[in-house]
Design a protein around this ligand. Structure first.
Ligand SMILES: [Zn+2]
Length: 329
């Protein structure tokens, strides 16, 4: 089964561990594992933590450098995607595709010119926020505890009040104009509906599950999933145990059976066409039943055993995400 994965944090691991490379490493994702897992495309997020860095944009540029160095070093096996045609071209050439994304779209010096420069540097998808307010919008967290942009805040509060800022609205409209994919994972509920209101094309939640099955604020409500589906968008099933099932303490284990429960639920309330994969590999600090990219077939197997047809599994594994990429890129 071919695989398209909308989210991983591998580039940050490679920045933090310069001795590791993308071709072969002890992480969940490397080129050899992607090949073994029959991947068509992997999204690579440049994750920047705005809270711990004095100039977050500098970190984003370092991560960008790691990504492009790895593309250069491994060009026999993997190639970047700027347009939909590149995915087909790479597949024909027997290469993996790599799509560059940002996780925390706030790294733009509050200026749309930087957003356009990221596009020129190859970024094709952006998660508008991570876990802090960032000038674009707000994650789901408690505004009661919010006094300062960089203050840590509890992330279990559903926020239906604080939508996108004026800059955030300009930002998503500029993304649509450029042909970048808007990613609402981490964004709060109010921001989600503002994206819906201020855009016209499909968008994604690259790594978010169903709140009805696992009631954490990082997951999407049924109403949000239905709205995403109606827009033609797609959500990527996140393999992080804490977003799959309730645990006593953080970093609980991740089970295939829970992934299947989420997929069954989303199919029931919205339809199979809005389900994709967004593993969050190399950003998860818990035990994984699917430990790395080479084992993705275990999920296909489990879906098949739970009555999903081959066509439905293909949609979840790559066809739905490719449909959105084809429309936007
Ligand atoms: Zn994330």
């Amino acid at each position: 089964m071919k695989v398209v994965d909308m989210h991983c944090d591998t580039i940050l691991e490679l920045l933090n561990h310069p001795e590791k490379g993308l071709f072969q490493n002890d992480l969940s994702i490397d080129i050899q594992k992607l090949q073994k897992g029959n991947y068509l495309l992997q999204n690579f997020a440049l994750f920047t933590d705005q809270k711990v860095l004095s100039i977050p944009e500098q970190q984003t540029m370092r991560l960008m450098d790691v990504f492009w160095n790895e593309m250069e070093k491994n060009k026999e096996y993997i190639a970047p995607v700027f347009s939909y045609e590149d995915i087909e071209k790479n597949e024909k050439a027997g290469k993996l595709s790599a799509l560059l994304t940002l996780e925390d779209g706030g790294v733009v010096f509050n200026d749309l010119s930087m957003l356009r420069n990221y596009y020129r540097l190859g970024v094709r998808m952006i998660a508008l926020t991570w876990n802090y307010p960032n000038g674009i919008g707000y994650p789901n967290f408690s505004m009661d505890d919010f006094t300062d942009y960089k203050q840590a805040s509890p992330l279990q509060q559903i926020d239906t009040v604080h939508g996108l800022t004026g800059f955030g609205i300009q930002y998503v409209q500029e993304m649509e104009r450029l042909g970048m994919i808007i990613d609402v994972s981490h964004l709060n509920d109010a921001g989600f509906y503002d994206v819906l209101k201020n855009t016209t094309k499909p968008f994604v939640a690259s790594h978010s599950n169903a709140r009805s099955i696992c009631p954490v604020a990082r997951n999407l409500s049924d109403e949000m999933i239905q709205a995403l589906h109606a827009r033609g968008g797609v959500m990527g099933i996140n393999f992080c145990g804490d977003f799959l099932e309730e645990h006593e303490s953080p970093n609980g284990p991740s089970h295939i059976e829970a992934m299947v429960r989420h997929i069954c639920h989303i199919k029931k309330i919205a339809g199979i066409d809005c389900i994709g994969l967004g593993t969050d590999f190399d950003g998860i600090h818990s035990d994984l039943e699917i430990p790395d990219a080479s084992y993705m077939n275990q999920l296909a197997q489990a879906l098949s055993e739970n009555g999903f047809t081959q066509e439905e599994i293909e949609k979840v594994f790559y066809k739905n995400v490719l449909r959105v990429y084809k429309e936007i890129l």
